[in-house]
Design a protein around this ligand. Structure first.
Ligand SMILES: [Zn+2]
Length: 201
């Protein structure tokens, strides 16, 4: 049932309604949260595996004799590819709490990287409300904040700014490559001109 909710993009309240319509007992909230964590972890893992396979396909697609030689020496070598970038949101009108930026290889049309931004965390919102309604003290809130390590909020700017920020974070990942790879990459760029980033807004 939790997997069904994920596939449909629904949450616990919707799942409860579905159970009621079907005439079956609804999952307890705690049980739902436990399964939700497992399903989310499995989906993230599946997504990362898929991304890894996609990147391999892209590397193969660019493997002309020179690149093939480079990859033979170092399977992890950085190669030049041409990409485009685009961003979208969960809903229109620049009011969305969730945005995603994707980097697409032009030759194959495959997505090779993405960055999801969220300006909302449900746990933070619940605790914030509890503090405002004085159900918990300021100290209790602060000590909870310190232990809240899995906060879903990873961006504090406007919805509109998410597109640019997602690109910045993806391109920063490129810069976090090892020094040796960066040097190799830089040498290639000096010879051929940068291509990563072509088509970026
Ligand atoms: Zn949070």
């Amino acid at each position: 049932m939790v997997l069904l909710a994920h596939e449909l993009g629904l949450g616990y309240a919707a799942l409860k309604k579905i159970s009621k319509v079907l005439g079956i007992p609804a999952l307890h909230l705690k049980a739902y949260q436990r399964h939700d964590k497992r399903v989310t972890a499995a989906e993230i893992e599946r997504g990362l595996e898929s991304l890894h396979r996609t990147r391999e396909q892209v590397r193969q697609a660019y493997a002309d004799p020179d690149v093939a030689e480079l990859l033979k020496e170092d399977a992890e070598a950085v190669i030049n590819i041409s990409v485009s970038f685009d961003g979208t949101w969960q809903k229109r009108g620049f009011t969305s709490h969730y945005g995603i930026g994707v980097c697409i290889d032009i030759l194959t049309g495959l997505v090779i990287d993405y960055e999801i931004l969220s300006s909302y965390c449900h746990a933070c919102a619940l605790k914030g409300n509890a503090k405002q309604e004085q159900k918990i003290t300021e100290e209790e809130y602060d000590s909870w904040r310190q232990t809240h390590s899995d906060c879903a909020r990873n961006f504090a700017g406007s919805s509109k700014a998410m597109e640019q920020e997602s690109a910045k974070r993806m391109w920063a990942r490129r810069k976090s490559l090892s020094t040796a790879k960066k040097v190799k990459r830089h040498q290639q760029e000096m010879q051929e001109g940068p291509t990563y980033g072509a088509g970026m807004d």
